[in-house]
Design a protein around this ligand. Structure first.
Ligand code: SF4
Length: 277
């Protein structure tokens, strides 16, 4: 018997596991309303709900929903999430992991950041080996995976064509990260930036959150580090660069399992002696 699989994006609050939104969640329809709705969310739960229904970037909304309708052949029997990917993980993280944007058939399909594609497979395996994830795999929302003392976000929350958001889309999405960083910054001890785009995106975010950002900005590289401090805090926040675990980087050996583990162990150990569990 043929099973009818719903097509297109998942309606908010319709039963998708880990869906943070409800039909009543307010929807941003442009950069101005992203600024307003991110600044007034108040809690992480409401912020992630609002992120997950955003429609501020017409090109990205059209793309993510078209991908969710048309699907890849190997996933024809699955419903795609087709919405923005909210920050995910601990509500009081010691470690923040920042990526570029969700993949069309990864996060855009599964509804969870870095989940459902090869990059995510490599990344979660490393997080598990280094004690930051409860399971070695992250397959779909509701699979029991959880991050331990860590939170993961994308600098741009919607899957872009060719994995390339425009500058205007990056800027439109930035207030979601600004607000999220503001809500978790008090607990943070380290930030891991996956790739040059995330590294570049984080400096203005850290400055907006009140951290003293070095000038000139530190140069990105695998294992590059910079310590920043927020007025009134006693400890530095350690920002660490990490090559992105993209297929291109992992296939060519530019980044290996050992190199990823090295970065996450550094981030984890820097968070000690605080309890990251
Ligand atoms: S990229 Fe960000 S601002 Fe643009 S539609 Fe997606 S969530 Fe909204």
């Amino acid at each position: 018997m043929t099973r009818l699989v719903p097509s297109g994006p998942v309606p908010p609050g319709s039963g998708w596991p880990e869906d943070p939104a409800t039909p009543a969640t307010p929807v941003a329809d442009g950069p101005e309303s992203v600024r307003e709705l991110s600044a007034t969310a108040g809690t992480l739960a409401e912020l992630t709900a609002r992120q997950s229904v955003c429609r501020a970037c017409p090109r990205l909304v059209e793309w993510r929903e078209r991908v969710a309708r048309e699907k890849r052949r190997s996933f024809l029997d699955e419903q795609y999430w087709g919405r923005p990917i909210s920050g995910w993980g601990s509500d009081t993280p010691r470690i923040l992991i920042v990526g570029l944007a969700p993949a069309a058939h990864g996060g855009n399909r599964t509804g969870r950041v870095f989940t459902g594609d090869r990059s995510g497979d490599v990344l979660y395996a490393s997080l598990w080996r280094t004690g930051l994830a409860a399971q070695p795999t992250s397959v779909r929302a509701g699979d029991g995976q959880r991050l331990i003392g860590a939170r993961m976000v994308a600098a741009v929350r919607c899957a872009p064509p060719q994995n390339k958001p425009t500058v205007a889309e990056r800027d439109a999405c930035a207030p979601w990260l600004t607000a999220e960083l503001g809500l978790v910054a008090g607990d943070l001890r380290s930030v891991v930036c996956l790739g040059h785009f995330a590294w570049q995106a984080m400096w203005p975010q850290l400055a907006a959150a009140g951290f003293a950002v070095p000038r000139p900005r530190p140069v990105f590289g695998h294992g590059a580090e910079a310590a920043v401090r927020r007025a009134g805090q006693e400890d530095d926040l350690l920002v660490i660069g990490c090559y992105h675990p993209s297929q291109q980087n992992t296939f060519t050996g530019r980044v290996t399992d050992a190199m990823l583990d090295q970065v996450f162990l550094r981030a984890r150990d820097y968070a000690a002696p605080h309890d990251v569990a």
